[in-house]
Design a protein around this ligand. Structure first.
Ligand SMILES: Cc1cc2nc3c(=O)[nH]c(=O)nc-3n(C[C@H](O)[C@H](O)[C@H](O)COP(=O)(O)OP(=O)(O)OC[C@H]3O[C@@H](n4cnc5c(N)ncnc54)[C@H](O)[C@@H]3O)c2cc1C
Length: 379
C-alpha cells in the first residue's frame, strides 16, 4: 500500500493528523491548504480534551472521544520527541463551578451522564475549592472536580505535526486551493487547484467549515456549516490557575484554560452567523464578564489578544469520517464541530487505517457521510 499518492485537502489539525498517520504507514501525502497551515479553527481553538460535554450525547460519539482522549498522552509525547515542538499536553483536570442552585443541578446532570460511562468526579465545597484554586470567586457555591479533562495548546500541536511532516519531506503546499476534482466515472484521478492539476490516487477532504462547497463539486450534499467562536486571551502568571474552569450560566458557557506560560484563554461564544470571522463588542464583553465572574482578579489583567474562529458543524454535531459513497479514492474527515482538537488523535489514526486498507480501530458506520442524523444530537 505504500508509495501511493494521496492528497489531503485542508491543513488544519484534522488534515495534518491524518497526514502524520499516513507517514507512519509509508505513505507520504501531499497536503494542500488554500491559506497558511492550521490558521483557521485549529489555531483558534482552546484545546481542552473533553469528555464531559459528550457524555450528554453518549453512544459512539462518546466512545470516539474516549478513544482519542486515551491516545493523547502517547501521541503528543511521540510528536514532542520527533519534532522538538511541545504540544503542551497536560492532564490539568477541570472544575465545573456552580454559583446558583440551577447551575449546580445542571452540573449534577452532567455528573450522572459521566457515571453511565464509569467516570466519576468529586464535589468540593467552596472553601475547599478556594484553597486549591485561590483566585476563584468566593461567590462560588460548589465545584465539581473531574480529573479526566486534559488539554493541549493547539498552535504548537499543529506546529509539531508540521515539523514531523517537513522532516519526512512530505509535500506541503500553502496557498494552493482545491477548486475541483478530476474523475473518470467513479474513480478519483486528481484535483484542479489555483496553481494547476495534481494527479493522485486518492484524496481526503479535511477542509473544515468550508467542506460543503467542495463536496458539492462531487455531487455530494453535505450538511455542514460554520459556528463562530470568539475568544479573549488574558495575560496571567504561570500556575495562577491550575485547572480548566467551566461555568454554564443561563447567559451562556464560559471556560478558562490556563496555558503553561501563564496566558489564560477565555472562551467562547457559539454563533450561527455564516462565514463571518470578526469579533463583536457584545461577544467580547460577554466573555470578559463571564471570565471575571469566575476569577475576579482577571479584571486587572491585560487582554493581550481577541479573535474568532469557525467551528465546522455537521448535520447532528457528529463528525463525518469515511469514504464518500459511490466514489473510489475519495474520503472525508470533517464536521468535528466543538471537538476537533479532542478528536484529532483518533481521526488521524482511523482515517489512515481506512486509506491504507486496514480495518479501522473504531467502527465508522455511525459517522458515515450519508447517515440519518443521530437523534442524540451533539449540536
Ligand atoms: C473558539 C473555538 C474554540 C474551540 N475549542 C475547542 C476545544 O477546546 N477542544 C476541541 O476539541 N475543539 C475545539 N474547537 C473546535 C476545533 O478547533 C475544530 O473542530 C477543529 O480545529 C477543526 O479542524 P479542521 O482541521 O477540520 O478545520 P480547520 O482548522 O478550519 O482547517 C481547515 C483548513 O482547510 C483549508 N481549506 C478550506 N477550503 C480549502 C480548499 N478548497 N482547498 C484547500 N484548503 C482549504 C482552510 O484554509 C483551513 O486551513 C474550538 C473551535 C473554536 C473556533
Amino acid at each position: 500500500m505504500s508509495g501511493r499518492k494521496i492528497i489531503i485537502a485542508g491543513g488544519g489539525v484534522i488534515g495534518l493528523s491524518i497526514a502524520e498517520q499516513l507517514l507512519r504507514r509509508g505513505i507520504t501525502p501531499i497536503v494542500l491548504d488554500r491559506g497558511v497551515f492550521a490558521k483557521e479553527a485549529s489555531w483558534a481553538g482552546a484545546g481542552f480534551l473533553d469528555l464531559r460535554s459528550v457524555a450528554r450525547v453518549g453512544g459512539a460519539l462518546f466512545e470516539l472521544c474516549k478513544k482519542s482522549y486515551d491516545l493523547f498522552p502517547e501521541w503528543t509525547a511521540r510528536l514532542k520527541k520527533d519534532s522538538g515542538v511541545d504540544p503542551e499536553y497536560l492532564n490539568s483536570g477541570s472544575y465545573d463551578t456552580a454559583f446558583t442552585e440551577g447551575e449546580e443541578s445542571a452540573v449534577r446532570q452532567m455528573e450522572t451522564n459521566l457515571k453511565t460511562f464509569g467516570l466519576t468526579g468529586q464535589w468540593l465545597s467552596a472553601s475547599k475549592a478556594l484553597t486549591l484554586e485561590p483566585y476563584l470567586s468566593p461567590q462560588v457555591r460548589s465545584v465539581f472536580s473531574f480529573e479526566h479533562t486534559s488539554q493541549v495548546n493547539p498552535p504548537p500541536l499543529s506546529r509539531s505535526l508540521l515539523k514531523v511532516l517537513q522532516n519526512a519531506k512530505a509535500d506541503l503546499r500553502e496557498f494552493e486551493q482545491v477548486d475541483d476534482f478530476l474523475l473518470k466515472g467513479k474513480q478519483f484521478l486528481g484535483v484542479r487547484t489555483n496553481k494547476g492539476v495534481i494527479d493522485a490516487e486518492g484524496i481526503v477532504i479535511a477542509t473544515g467549515a468550508w467542506s460543503a462547497s467542495l463536496a458539492e463539486k462531487l455531487g455530494v450534499r453535505l450538511v455542514s456549516k460554520p459556528y463562530r467562536g470568539q475568544v479573549v486571551m488574558f495575560r496571567g502568571q504561570p500556575k495562577e490557575l491550575k485547572h480548566i474552569i467551566f461555568n454554564t450560566a443561563s447567559s451562556g458557557i464560559t471556560y478558562l484554560v490556563p496555558r503553561l506560560d501563564g496566558h489564560i484563554y477565555a472562551g467562547s461564544t457559539l454563533e450561527d452567523v455564516g462565514f463571518d470571522k470578526s469579533t463583536t463588542p457584545e461577544g467580547l464583553e460577554k466573555l470578559k464578564t463571564g471570565a471575571v465572574r469566575l476569577v475576579p482578579s482577571l479584571s486587572q489583567h491585560l487582554i493581550e489578544e481577541t479573535w474568532a474562529g469557525l467551528r465546522p458543524g455537521s448535520i447532528d454535531g457528529w463528525p463525518y469520517l469515511g469514504a464518500v459513497p459511490g466514489l473510489e479514492g475519495v474520503w472525508m474527515a470533517t464536521g468535528h464541530y466543538t471537538h476537533g482538537i479532542s478528536l484529532s488523535a483518533v481521526t488521524g489514526q482511523v482515517m489512515a487505517q481506512l486509506i491504507n486498507g486496514e480495518r479501522p480501530s473504531v467502527d465508522l458506520t455511525p459517522f458515515a457521510i450519508n447517515r440519518t442524523p443521530h437523534p442524540a444530537s451533539g449540536l
